[in-house]
Design a binder for this molecule. Structure first.
Ligand code: NAP
Ligand code: MG
Length: 401
């Protein structure tokens, strides 16, 4: 059987612990036998990051900027405990955070749906993709206790021009205050990344804040989204998708009654809350993918979960594991499909889709890892090992080629 040629290199970012083991199996059993692809490999395993003083992380992000598409394995974000465990020079910052800031990107989470796992929200039939703005608001706030009567004001001192003051509250007794901010460039990049992702997924775009109450701050977000979506109206029409602005509470209520199939763009705090609501509503972490999209259309695909540390320690003890590889497989297929789309090589895109079909075929036939068993209807009699599941996908895939 001839291998399928991928025109442009694909950037591969390796990772840590159980997902690193899964990652290698996927590559050996599902990708390399079928694809002739130039993988630009970066080892983001925590030891290599440490040895390179973390330069490898920056280099990998620049490679994604250069080639346009990357696939990433989950990685450890070291804390004090990890520094000791791996004898690291220091607690290097989160690789995901660094890559996101180099690409100026937004992370979108997308669930993988199968027939025999019903979402907790019964009306959900199609994925809800969630995009969270990752700058400012509550997460860059300043706060102050007010312990006695007095005025609190917002004072703006422009570099040139006159000072402006706004009374926040005239306190008659104790209380508390907070100041938050956001940036035009950051909101605009977020809006553009959401538009790029919605067009890429061919799915409607929703955006929601509370501009009836916050007539300046939230309205500023709403206006930027209006301008940016208007500028791409022709592309929306061509893709057959729409843009809707809704108040956040209205959107939350509608989302619970909707069948899904939209991208929900949310401000930082709303996104924090609703990404967990939507993720648990759809079922399992092992079935949630994530894609980082830059405003200018660079993509990095990965699983939304971490390195599954507990399973890795079991694996090191020589015990059998049953770790769900679906989201990691879909990181690869997301990258392969996007590569095919950007290169205009439909055979590459079709190969990515075939792997996904093989995965869904296995799950719908009751061939699953342990985490999915309690979510399934009907319940399968048993479960597969980590490798057993990937082997089952590989044999289905071979039969399709
Ligand atoms: P985790 O990897 O998300 O796993 C937490 C628990 O969720 C697991 O112990 C397991 O539950 C379940 N789980 C998650 N993914 C699963 C899968 N694919 N198959 C089956 N079960 C799955 O979080 P963690 O183990 O607490 O974190 C480990 C490391 O991941 C941390 O160092 C953190 O920095 C890193 N992390 C990386 C990323 C990323 O790179 N994107 C994201 C988050 C966390 P049971 O134990 O009950 O089986
Ligand atoms: Mg959260």
């Amino acid at each position: 059987m001839a291998q399928i040629k991928v025109k442009t290199p694909l950037v591969e970012l390796d990772g840590d612990e159980m997902t690193r083991i899964i990652w290698a199996m996927i590559k050996q059993k599902l990708i390399l036998p079928f694809l002739d692809v130039d993988l630009k490999y970066f080892d983001l395993g925590v030891r290599t990051r440490d040895e390179s003083d973390d330069r490898i992380t920056t280099e990998s992000a620049h490679a994604i900027r250069q080639y346009g598409v990357g696939v990433k394995c989950a990685t450890i974000t070291p804390d004090a405990e990890r520094v000791a465990e791996y004898t690291l020079k220091k607690a290097w910052p989160s690789p995901n955070g660094q890559i996101r800031s180099i690409l100026d990107g937004t992370v979108f989470r997308k669930p993988i749906l199968v027939k025999n796992i019903t979402p907790a929200v019964r009306s959900w039939k199609k994925p809800i993709i969630l995009g969270r703005h990752a700058y400012g608001d509550l997460y860059r706030s300043v706060e102050m206790m007010v312990d006695q009567p007095g005025k609190v004001e917002i004072v703006y001192t422009p570099d040139t021009g006159r000072e402006r003051r706004l009374l926040l509250h005239d306190f008659k007794g104790p209380g508390v205050v907070m100041g938050i901010h956001n940036l035009e460039t950051s909101i605009r990049s977020f809006a553009r990344a959401c538009i790029t992702c919605a067009l890429s997924e061919k799915t409607d775009l929703w955006f929601s804040v509370k501009d009836t109450i916050s007539k300046t701050y939230h309205a500023y977000f709403k206006d930027i989204f209006a301008v940016e979506t208007q500028a791409r109206r022709a592309d929306f029409e061509k893709a057959g998708i729409g843009y809707r602005y809704m108040l956040i509470d209205d959107a939350a209520a509608q989302a619970m009654k909707h069948e899904g199939g939209f991208l929900w763009a949310l401000s930082n705090y709303d996104g924090d809350v609703f990404s967990d609501v939507v993720a648990s509503g759809f079922g399992s972490l092992g079935m949630m993918t994530s894609v980082l999209v830059s405003p200018d259309g660079k993509f990095e695909f990965e699983a939304a979960h971490g390195t599954v540390r507990r399973h890795y320690y079991e694996h090191l003890k020589g015990r059998p594991t049953s770790t769900n590889s679906v989201a990691s497989i879909f990181a690869w297929t997301g990258g392969i499909r996007k590569r095919g789309e950007l290169d205009a090589t439909p055979e590459v895109t079709a190969f990515g889709e075939k792997i996904e079909k093989a995965v869904i075929g296995c799950i719908e036939a009751g061939i699953v890892t342990k985490d999915l068993v309690p979510l399934m209807d009907p319940r399968p009699a048993g479960h597969q090992s980590t490798e057993g599941f990937i082997d089952a996908v590989a044999s289905r895939l071979k039969a399709m080629m």
